[in-house]
Design a protein around this ligand. Structure first.
Ligand code: ZN
Length: 816
């Protein structure tokens, strides 16, 4: 497709996405217009919480926490005789100071205490609060009980669900720690913390800091005393309680531990074993040693998010707990590195308010890149960075916001692909602009100057300015304090008479909402067997860059390090794109394959590469070709012999799309028996496309190990006898797996007769009953899909009872 059409398509997509998002969701639109009035300032500091001393035990039956909190505070600056604490959904039994009861007023969210006298800022005081926290009974202003932000979670509290362990864990971010202890629940507060946790002796506990002692009580319980001497913000406080098996590792004499369920214990090192190397590398590259007492990671059931960077005690969702077969295909280093990097960016230096969240999340996201670069090399790191760009671009089609934004309606909005993916890419640009040495020196200064303190974006700028000696307002203003991104149209002209190569670049983004960018980048010119690199800076809306050359270039690459956070459309010949297949970077290949019109030679080049990400790109392109057959030989070789399981799996999927696919039946069958689940899953699906009966038979062996692939197969090819399996799979999975399980279940139902379909709907409804927010969107989509399918069946349905039932189901699903 010529690049001008592609530009139009992109611009239309952006416009349409905005139209759709404003037309269909009136509420969101209304909120948007209200939003201008909103300014979410950082919380005013009246009292300073210095130390938190907690002692907690649990009533599993009622899902209550029985707590005593001893809080040491002082007025922040001005004298005061008042103290306001966040305490959500508690029963308050007493509030005392030096043994004397204090007057207080409590509205289920905030505890307002009258101190016994006026205190000034040099005077510390300690209050003691006896309370019961009831996270499941918490209601906010008459609305439904909070399911997403209740702070403290009891898993299988009565031990009634078999195959599920009993656990308690917490999730503080954003402001939910105050659901289990009274505190000043804001990121700009910071406290040291001791927690004494009393549990039955069979349970292991984990919390922030060090386990200083463990005491067996006379009633058969045990109390573990955890102590964190270094101050951190309340949202990072954590507890996890369960029957965990601990694996011990270390980094420079500090404990590094992995808490897993028994069944996964033997894989602890395979999953987490690179953690000490990561701590070492991040300490070195940042010039600031990992500062905290220890580093523990625990995997819990039914976690509400992917993972959480609680200081010294990271919680992971159960997807991190991988089997040996899963480990053949993948690793969890991205999320492990992300949470670890937070221990500098987020935990040591904390965003002052949620409006400044990129100072936590953009860095943690970029930490993934930094670790990949060290561990796997730049190619696989760049591959990850490209996913980030695509994640942001997808989001940019429906919303474009400032990175640092004080006008959010709900603070949870901040946890989006702007704060994560776009921010990571912005830091990558900053690094390439300043150079590695200045960038990391700047980060070191920022960390040292602001250690155990809170930050706004300006502190990052000032640190970078001081180290580099350069005013960086232009960079921070256009990237962090404005919205959108550049869209660049690039054209090339060679003038034989003057021996000059001209590169014309135009910024075509909508400049009523998006800045005109200042863009520094490299242009590489390939001529006479050499590459000449030119550093340029674009400052105009449209600009010509003219270079003297000795002969006609064989290729020119704009943004040669591929660091710009931009959409780039180029008018470039196929000869140049093909030449670009020899260039060194991952993104060189991505752009070449994406843009070349005659793809065959480029694909062949990619397939013959010795780098698996490039081979993968080649197969992806080949799959979308009309004439696939010409690659069948070479891709069959990849399917059989390639070392990388992603390549083998995708190669098999390619072969299954050929008209001659039946010839590969034996290969598909043997693939389905391989240890790699990627390969086995692809093999099974490929086999089903030529011999579904055989595939269904073999799928039985994979039911337990690979429910994802098996469910997909059953949904598409399975008969009524597979319904039970799909239903069980739906009911037994959690987190991200539930997403796939529900999609498979719905697509199975849609293939069935109306009676069966309607029978099957309630299981879906009950399974999605209290979905997390992101799952809510999937739920709406699935319900709409089912409603459409039922409506179609009703048109021809004769049975009256069934018709009634169908209508009732439609009504029920439409109300959700
Ligand atoms: Zn994060």
């Amino acid at each position: 497709m010529p690049y001008k059409d592609k530009i139009m398509e992109t611009l239309i997509a952006i416009a349409l996405a905005f139209l759709v998002s404003t037309n269909t969701t009136k509420v969101e639109y209304a909120q948007k217009s209200e939003k201008k009035e909103v300014y979410n300032e950082s919380r005013k500091r009246l009292n300073d919480l210095l130390h938190t001393e907690l002692s907690v035990s649990f009533d599993w039956q009622k899902q209550h926490l029985l707590g005593q909190a001893e809080l040491t505070l002082k007025p922040y600056f001005y004298p005061t005789d008042q103290l306001s604490l966040d305490a959500k959904g508690f029963d308050i039994h007493s509030v005392t100071l030096n043994g004397n009861s204090l007057k207080y007023d409590y509205n289920d969210l905030v505890l307002n205490i009258e101190l016994d006298r006026l205190y000034n800022r040099t005077e510390e005081y300690t209050i003691v609060i006896d309370y019961t926290a009831k996270p499941n009974e918490l209601e906010v202003e008459g609305s439904d009980a909070i399911t997403d932000a209740k702070g403290l979670y009891f898993i299988n509290p009565l031990g009634e669900e078999k195959d599920k362990p009993m656990q308690i864990w917490t999730q503080g971010e954003t402001e939910s720690s105050s659901c289990w202890f009274p505190t000043i629940d804001s990121p700009n507060e910071r406290t040291t913390q001791n927690i004494a946790i009393t549990v039955n002796d069979n349970f292991t506990t984990l919390s922030n800091g060090s386990l200083v002692r463990s005491v067996k009580n006379e009633d058969g319980t045990r109390t573990d005393y955890w102590e964190q001497k270094l101050g951190h913000t309340p949202y990072l406080a954590m507890m996890a309680i369960g029957e965990f098996n601990i694996t011990y590792d270390s980094w420079r004499n500090k404990d590094v531990t992995y808490y897993l369920e028994d069944d996964y214990h033997q894989n602890a090192r395979a999953i987490f074993g690179r953690t000490p190397d990561m701590i070492e590398y991040f300490s070195e590259v940042l010039g600031v040693d990992y500062p905290w007492e220890k580093y523990a990671q625990v995997v819990v059931r039914d976690f509400v998010s992917g993972a959480m960077e609680n200081t010294t005690a990271v919680i992971h969702g159960e997807f991190v707990q991988m089997t040996e077969r899963e480990l053949l295909d993948n690793h969890q280093d991205d999320i492990i590195a992300h949470e670890l990097f937070h221990h500098w960016f987020g935990d040591l230096v904390t965003c002052e308010s949620w409006a400044n969240l990129p100072l936590n999340e953009s860095f943690a996201t970029y930490g993934e890149y930094i670790w990949r670069e060290k561990w796997l090399g730049r190619l696989e790191a760049d591959m990850h960075l490209e996913e980030d760009l695509q994640n942001y671009l997808r989001e940019s089609r429906v919303k474009q916001k400032d990175m640092i934004r004080f006008d959010y309606v709900d603070k949870e909005e901040m946890f989006d692909n702007h704060s994560y993916a776009k921010g990571g890419r912005i830091l990558h640009m900053l690094r390439y602009y300043l150079g590695d040495e200045a960038f990391y020196k700047g980060l070191q200064k920022y960390l040292v100057d602001n250690a155990y303190n809170t930050v706004e974006i300006h502190q990052l700028r000032l640190a970078m300015e001081e180290v580099s000696g350069e005013d960086l307002n232009w960079f921070f203003n256009q990237w962090f304090l404005a919205s959108g991104h550049p869209i660049l149209a690039v054209d090339y002209k060679y003038n034989q008479t003057t021996q000059q190569q001209t590169v014309t670049i135009e910024q075509i983004q909508d400049q009523s909402t998006t800045p005109l960018y200042k863009l520094p980048f490299y242009i590489d010119i390939y001529e006479n067997g050499q590459t000449k690199r030119h550093a340029v800076t674009m400052t105009e809306q449209k600009q010509d860059f003219v270079f003297d050359v000795e002969s006609k270039p064989i290729n020119v690459i704009v943004d040669a390090e591929h660091v710009l956070l931009a959409e780039i459309f180029e008018e470039k010949s196929d000869e140049w794109w093909l030449e670009q297949m020899h260039a060194p970077l991952y993104m060189d290949i991505v752009f070449a394959l994406r843009n070349i019109e005659e793809k065959d030679n480029a694909i062949l080049h990619a397939l013959n590469s010795n780098s698996w990400p490039v081979q993968l790109l080649g197969i992806e392109e080949a799959i979308s070709l009309k004439n696939k057959e010409e690659f069948s030989g070479i891709i069959e070789q990849l399917a059989r012999y390639n070392d990388n399981t992603s390549v083998r799996a995708l190669a098999i999927s390619f072969l299954a799309k050929l008209e001659s696919k039946a010839e590969h039946e034996a290969l598909f069958e043997s693939a389905s028996a391989q240890q790699s689940l990627y390969v086995a899953g692809a093999g099974l699906e490929a086999l089903a496309s030529v011999n579904s009966e055989k595939a269904l038979g073999l799928a039985k062996n994979l039911e337990e190990d690979f429910p994802g692939a098996v469910s997909r197969l059953y949904a598409k090819y399975g008969g009524l006898d597979k319904m039970e399996y799909l239903k069980n799979n739906l009911q037994n999975t959690n987190g991200y797996s539930k997403y796939y399980a529900s999609i498979n279940y719905v697509s199975f139902l849609k293939n069935q007769e109306l009676g069966v379909l309607l029978e099957g709907v309630p299981a879906l409804e009950s399974s999605l009953e209290d979905s997390k927010s992101w799952m809510q969107r999937v739920k709406t989509y699935l319900y709409n899909d089912l409603v459409a399918s039922i409506k179609t069946s009703l048109k021809t349905e004769k049975d009256k009872a069934l018709k009634e039932k169908g209508k009732a189901t439609i009504e029920r699903l439409s109300q959700e």
